[in-house]
Design a protein around this ligand. Structure first.
Ligand code: PDD
Length: 285
């Protein structure tokens, strides 16, 4: 079965799906994206993803290309056409097609919209979660508005590749003050020796993960103590547990940081419990 993509109003086989070479996403990475988990054909936390999309677009002064309700119809149609059981739906909105010029294109230029979806291997992901992943650290070298979910991801691409080359699955950015901000495609968390769960406060320096927001709710229900603050590499290496969160990884235990084992080197109880309970708290639509 050929995969189907939505491109500016049409559902097309992937091989026929294309955008104009003067699309500002291609020319300037002038656009934003969202990744939403799909479970049993249902979208996970779709409402929050669409809200974050609207915020990213408005920060960049790109018009919302269609109503949230219309976008939801497209999401569900792409999920249906691609027969997604467990996987992701990907949305990209750019400032549209116009002759290359850095400043904004003429008023009325229509944003470009692409939606794709793909299945992921649930059993393989569960196996990885059961083993835990390794992370490395890299210097924070991104711009100062990473709260906007921009498709401009070159530092994230290089960080992820560095991780891969060192046998790790994620890279954590470390800022000038020695604090971890977040992963190249996930939020970063630790559990201290005295059982407090720590994750960085949200501001312009990290993406406010939707998974992060839901995990905070799960934690409250489980009676876990939270500290929203930055933590250092040393603190993370001395922690009892560490984990990352993202739409595609849900809650993923971290068992090594820059080659040093975290805790006893196995996935922690808190991370595993948060992963187990996550979908009871996430919205499904
Ligand atoms: N990444 N931080 C960054 C830099 C991210 O790219 C992501 C998500 C997150 C977690 O956000 P959420 O919980 O809403 O997925 C944090 C997506 C999955 C990606 O780029 O594929």
């Amino acid at each position: 079965m050929s995969r189907i993509a939505y491109v500016n109003g049409r559902y097309l086989p992937l091989r026929d799906a294309s955008v104009n070479i003067e699309d500002r996403g291609y020319q300037f990475s002038d656009g934003v994206y969202e990744v939403c988990e799909v479970l049993d054909g249902k979208l996970i936390d779709e409402r929050r993803h669409i809200e974050r999309l609207q915020r990213s677009l408005s920060e960049l002064r790109i018009a919302m290309p269609m109503t949230p309700a219309a976008l939801s119809v497209v999401f569900h149609e792409v999920v249906r056409l691609n027969r997604i059981h467990w996987g992701i739906v990907y949305l990209q909105v750019t400032r549209g097609v116009s002759r290359r010029d850095h400043a904004f294109p003429p008023a009325g230029t229509r944003p470009s919209v692409v939606v794709t979806a793909r299945n992921m291997d649930f059993a393989a992901a569960e196996k990885i979660a059961g083993d835990g992943i390794a992370v490395i650290t890299v210097p924070e070298n991104r711009w100062t508005r990473v709260d906007i979910k921009s498709v401009s991801l070159l530092p994230n691409v290089l960080a992820k590749q560095a991780a891969r080359e060192q046998g790790a699955k994620e890279a954590w950015f470390v800022d000038n003050s020695g604090h971890i901000t977040e992963g190249s495609s996930s939020n970063a968390w630790i559990v201290t020796r005295d059982g407090k769960v720590v994750t960085r406060q949200v501001d312009h320096g990290i993406l406010k993960g939707i998974t992060r927001t839901v995990v905070l709710e799960v934690m409250a229900k489980q009676g876990l103590k939270l500290e929203e603050r930055a933590f250092t590499l040393e603190e993370a290496q001395a922690a009892r547990e560490a984990f990352v969160t993202s739409a595609s990884q849900i809650v993923m235990p971290v068992v090594r940081i820059d080659g040093k084992p975290v805790g006893n080197g196995a996935p922690g109880l808190i991370a595993s419990a948060l992963r187990r309970d996550f979908h009871q708290f996430a919205e499904q639509s």
